[in-house]
Design a protein around this ligand. Structure first.
Ligand code: ZN
Length: 327
């Protein structure tokens, strides 16, 4: 049985799990928040703690785990195992040899890739991409990431950054994105964007059931608000008008982004995943319905828009199969 440790290193949390890479079954899990409230806390220490916890909890002998894959929320130099750009992660990670450091600490070979590239590998192997050689993956959470599969293989582009559709311009001169760019999709359709607009409206006095979740709304710091995907989902479910309107707005922007992809690239299948899609049905429903109405008729009629097959765990599973054939 082949086993690998998969790590999903996101802007909000670090998830790790030992995965059976023949079946996609997750044998153990561990989780920590990416940002500690304690000053001076070492992000590498947290990463290694999560990794060790998942290894120890799996009931698998250490020698049976043969490699580690890390999917990280940013642009990655895969050859060097380094993070190049990561607007949603602590800056101290940039330019450090993440793969080498983890490899030295845990004595296993490490592959580092973008988190959505990893999640797409998981979808291709065991999820909504299985049996579908051509698809585009879009994961919506703290930020928005994407990946492209062509003929069963990831398409990486000239400089290995293909698929960064969170940073496509949908509003010229619009909101500033976490990457510093202007008018990017991520600034309108990510969970961070939804939370920011909800907190802003609450700050201005609009009533919402989310007041009980975050009594001191600060739209300038959505990353530290207790309003996250599950709280948004609950507010939508109970009919909170503010949450419904902000989620619907964000999903409309996402639809605009997807329409551009469909018109330009004509993919047969789009897989949507990530915390917002998993937790808030309204987001997926609005985005997928609008896509059909607004895309060019021929590519829009035939494209399948589906949810990721593995929910929260596609990142772990995908990271675990990184480095396998076609991943
Ligand atoms: Zn951007």
């Amino acid at each position: 049985m082949a086993r690998a440790l998969g790590i999903d290193f996101g802007g909000t949390k670090i998830l790790a799990g030992v995965v059976d890479t023949d079946t996609g079954e997750i044998l153990s899990q561990a989780k920590k928040r990416t940002r500690s409230e304690q000053a001076g806390d070492d992000i590498f220490g947290r990463l290694l703690d999560v990794a060790r916890e998942a290894l120890n909890a799996s009931g698998t002998a250490r020698h049976e785990v043969h490699k580690i894959g890390i999917g990280v929320a940013g642009q990655v130099d895969r050859q060097k195992g380094e993070l190049i750009r990561a607007p949603n992660l602590p800056n101290e990670l940039l330019g450090t040899a993440i793969a080498d450091r983890v490899q030295n600490a845990l004595d296993l070979p490490v592959t580092l890739a973008n988190d959505v590239v990893a999640a797409a590998a998981g979808e291709a192997a065991f999820g909504a991409g299985k049996g579908h050689p051509d698809f585009v993956c879009v994961f919506i959470g703290t930020g928005i990431g994407g990946a492209i599969y062509q003929a069963g293989r990831p398409y990486r582009g000239a400089t290995s950054t293909a698929g960064e559709l969170g940073h496509m311009v949908i509003d010229y001169g619009g909101r500033i994105c976490g990457c510093g760019g202007v008018g990017h999709l991520e600034a309108y359709a990510s969970r961070t964007a939804i939370v920011r607009t909800v907190l802003g409206a609450m700050r201005q006095g609009r009533r919402s059931s989310l007041e009980s979740v975050d009594p001191n709304p600060n739209p300038d710091d959505p990353a530290h608000s207790p309003v996250r995907s599950k709280a948004l989902a609950e507010a939508v479910r109970t009919g909170d008008a503010l949450a419904i309107s902000m989620v619907t707005n964000a999903a409309r922007y996402m639809a605009a982004g997807l329409v551009s992809i469909i018109n330009f690239y004509n993919p047969p299948r789009i897989i949507l995943g990530g915390g917002v899609v998993d937790a808030v049905d309204l987001y997926f429903d609005v985005a997928s319905a609008l896509v059909r109405q607004e895309a060019l008729q021929v590519p829009g009629r035939d494209v399948e828009v589906v949810k990721s097959g593995q929910g929260d765990f596609s990142g772990i599973v995908g990271a675990a199969v990184l480095g396998n054939l076609h991943a």
